[in-house]
Design a protein around this ligand. Structure first.
Ligand SMILES: Cc1cc2nc3c(=O)[nH]c(=O)nc-3n(C[C@H](O)[C@H](O)[C@H](O)COP(=O)(O)O)c2cc1C
Length: 242
């Protein structure tokens, strides 16, 4: 402890609201087909627009699908992926605009495995059943049944910091959605299909695909939405220097 107490400081109610919003958000892997009204989507985007970015460049841009456009994209994406030689299990793909992680080792590999197992267990897949796991991973390319897909891109010239800004935006967006009762899942899986997606949506060369995001209303009874993930302790992430 640093000897400074916060007793005299009254906690604003926003702190509790934000805490519960963050605690309630989780990635949704089964959606109802019910579309999200355009006004709600626009409100979500308006809230997320408050994200911080380096030099206030706001380098994020989005493609958002609605109605039949989502189904057309889902079908075309799924057909494309079925033709590819993807290694769904290790998840490392060569076709993303930003390089995928070189490897997950140590604690990162442990966390990755724990999350994967929790997902597979929730839908009744036994450990080591690679065929069933790969089938579940393919649900990424069905957008988990979501009525809307989003493709998030960054300006190429801004390099890695453009992607950092998009990460800041993505976090805001998922919380904004949560505050409006809309469920989301960020999908790096879609970034692996950047060649296809760039062509499909006519995304110019100077934009880099960061990730996809499927959203809609959660199917709360679906087993894939029944598990939650753990987080490390503060002591594992913060070093205080006094
Ligand atoms: C940038 C990013 C990309 C992600 N890509 C995928 C993905 O392709 N498929 C998937 O099922 N989950 C994906 N996720 C969701 C993570 O697995 C999830 O956020 C993590 O396990 C923590 O769980 P929670 O979101 O439920 O808190 C992604 C999350 C982020 C932030």
């Amino acid at each position: 402890m640093n000897g400074v107490t916060d007793e005299a400081i009254e906690k604003p109610p926003e702190a509790e609201m934000l805490r519960s919003l963050i605690a309630a958000r989780r990635s949704c892997r089964a959606f109802l087909p019910t579309p999200v009204p355009r006004a709600t989507i626009e409100e979500m985007l308006a809230i997320a627009q408050g994200a911080a970015s380096w030099c206030n460049a706001q380098p994020w841009q989005l493609i958002v699908t609605e109605g039949d456009a989502t189904d057309r994209f889902r079908e075309a994406l799924y057909a494309y992926v079925q033709d590819q030689d993807f290694d769904e299990l290790n998840g490392l793909g060569p076709k993303s605009d930003f390089p995928f992680p070189a490897r997950y080792a140590g604690i990162y590999l442990d966390r990755r495995r724990e999350t994967g197992w929790a997902l597979y267990e929730s839908v009744g897949i036994r450990r080591g059943d690679r065929e069933a796991s790969a089938k579940q991973a393919m649900e990424n390319f069905r957008l988990f049944g979501a009525p809307h897909a989003m493709i998030l891109t960054a300006e190429a010239d801004l390099g890695v910091y453009g992607a950092v800004d998009c990460g800041s935006y993505l976090a805001n967006l998922m919380l904004a959605a949560q505050s409006l009762g809309v469920a989301t899942i960020a999908q790096a899986a879609l970034a692996r299909c950047s060649v296809f997606i760039r062509d499909y949506f006519q995304i110019p060369e100077h934009r880099r695909i960061v990730c996809g995001l499927s959203f809609g209303y959660a199917d709360k009874n679906h087993p894939a939405n029944s598990f939650s993930t753990r987080r490390a302790n503060i002591a594992d992430v913060a070093t205080f220097i006094s």
